[in-house]
Design a protein around this ligand. Structure first.
Ligand code: EPU
Length: 432
């Protein structure tokens, strides 16, 4: 148990990242388990007595998730070197406190996990964040619709389920990833049949669906409609071992790097089916990619071509890859247009890229990226998770040294990026 606190302390002790220019990258890099799958699976551990998660990514957000489970009474065993965690025991408390839920947005998933696992929850209301206001009205609308009693008091959401849902179907007003996951987690614990409409189809939602199926919940899907038939929490499987899917956003980040510097770069342990539009856009930019099983080899683009990109829910272009592509296109041979349709404030990285010599203008929800010959290293500030990945990419292709401040954003969502890049010969160092 002590290992968990000391890992969190250790990762949080890093304040900056120093990056030296890199002329080319040759070798292979291995993708970790998906952060955004591991989080709902941690919440789902509240539905079982014993769960082992394999291919588990050890990064700040998932460690915070484990810390929440610990506070809810679960026993945790972790093995970072072998990449697994074991979560066991009963739910002894239903409160997810502010001091931990305020650290990461994924904490909202414990609302669904607790409701599925024991029918009641008291979860600190997640705040806004750097990329947008991120309301949870759809999560709450769903709960009201199924007849849960809801109270918001002192910044906490208190929710309690009835024995049976008040209605048999619900349609989301917009597509929400964690909203869909929270509904699935809640319904998994309730006996009966339910239809969810306009759901998110992100592979991480698919991973949770596969997990719940393994627990004994019947889930049928037809496009954005899900039919969920649960035998009720008492009749679910009690113990399970499950392997987290590869992180498509981490994979995409390294594929962008390969497009800029690959001589070639092999990105291993990914699922190419989850990367369709990312692969398509990298190819359009001039990268050469070879897909073989769970590995993609990428040779750098001879001439980097500009792109038109619009973010949209899966299977569209992921908002979580927008910042990394913006960094790449800042040195393309021409002008790119990048439209951000998911979050209203997800262009913070462009101001830092401009400080490195990029030429990016924001007009409404579009970034107009005029390619420049080269970027120059500079002290910059990470503003959110994917923004910090964009700055790492920019630092590696820039002339001169880059120092990224507020690096905890990166450490929230990338497992051992410094070590992985060092193995490829890059000079990337975390500094306390
Ligand atoms: N929205 C609402 N009301 C709601 C829920 C969402 O208006 O009740 C809006 C949001 O403000 C946003 C849009 O709907 O404009 C989509 O948000 P969504 O709910 O899908 O985002 P999320 O579930 O909070 C997850 C990922 C994000 C990723 C988005 C979009 C997790 C833990 N987080 O967030 O990941 O960007 O889906 O794909 O799964 C990241 O990993 O860097 C990250 C931010």
């Amino acid at each position: 148990m002590e290992i968990l606190s000391s890992l969190i302390r250790e990762i949080n002790s890093f304040k900056k990242m120093q990056i030296k220019p890199c002329k080319g990258i040759k070798g292979s890099i291995t993708v970790s388990g998906a952060k955004n799958s591991a989080l709902p699976l941690l919440a789902a551990s509240l539905l079982v007595e014993e769960l082992t998660l394999e291919n588990f990514p050890f990064l700040l957000d998932t460690l915070y998730g484990l810390e929440i489970l610990k506070r809810l009474g679960k026993e945790i065993e972790i093995n970072p070197s072998e990449g697994w965690v074991k979560i066991g025991g009963e739910i002894e408390d239903i409160t997810v406190p502010f001091e931990i839920s305020s650290l990461f947005r994924g904490s909202v998933l414990f609302l669904g996990g607790l409701l599925g696992g024991c029918g009641k929850a008291r979860v600190s209301y997640p705040g806004g964040c750097a990329i947008g206001s991120r309301p949870i009205d759809q999560h709450l609308k769903f709960l009201e619709h199924i007849g849960a009693s809801l109270e918001v008091e002192g910044g906490y959401i208190k929710a309690q389920l009835r024995d049976e849902p008040a209605n048999q179907n619900f349609s989301f007003d917009l597509i929400t990833v964690t909203g869909t996951e929270n509904a699935l987690l809640t319904l998994a614990g309730m006996e009966g049949e339910f239809i969810l409409e306009n759901v998110a189809l992100e592979p991480e939602v698919g991973d949770l669906i596969n997990f719940l199926r393994r627990l004994g919940v019947r889930i049928e899907n037809d496009g954005r409609i899900l039919r969920i038939i649960s035998p009720g929490r008492e009749n679910l499987r009690k113990s399970l071992t499950y392997k987290v899917i590869p992180d498509r956003i981490e994979a995409g980040t390294y594929l962008v790097l390969g497009t800029l510097l690959g001589e070639p770069l092999k990105v291993k342990n990914l699922n190419p089916d989850h990367l369709g539009v990312v692969i398509q856009k990298l190819t359009e930019a001039g990268a050469n990619l070879k897909i073989e099983g769970d590995t993609i080899t990428v040779w750098r683009a001879e001439t980097l071509k500009p792109l038109y990109i619009e973010t949209s829910p899966y299977p569209g272009f992921p908002t979580d890859m927008q910042a990394q592509f913006t960094a790449m296109l800042s040195i393309a041979a021409g002008t790119s247009f990048i439209v951000e349709n998911i979050f209203e404030n997800r262009f913070q990285h462009t101001f830092e890229l401009n400080r490195m010599g990029a030429n990016i203008v924001i007009k409404g929800n579009t970034a107009i990226v005029k390619g420049v010959k080269r970027l120059r290293g500079a002290p910059v500030k990470a503003t959110d998770l994917r923004a910090s990945a964009a700055l790492v990419i920019a630092g590696l292709i820039a002339e001169g040294e880059t120092l990224i401040h507020h690096i905890h954003h990166l450490l929230r969502g990338y497992e051992g990026m410094d070590k992985k890049l060092q193995k490829l010969g890059c000079e990337v160092y975390l500094i306390r």
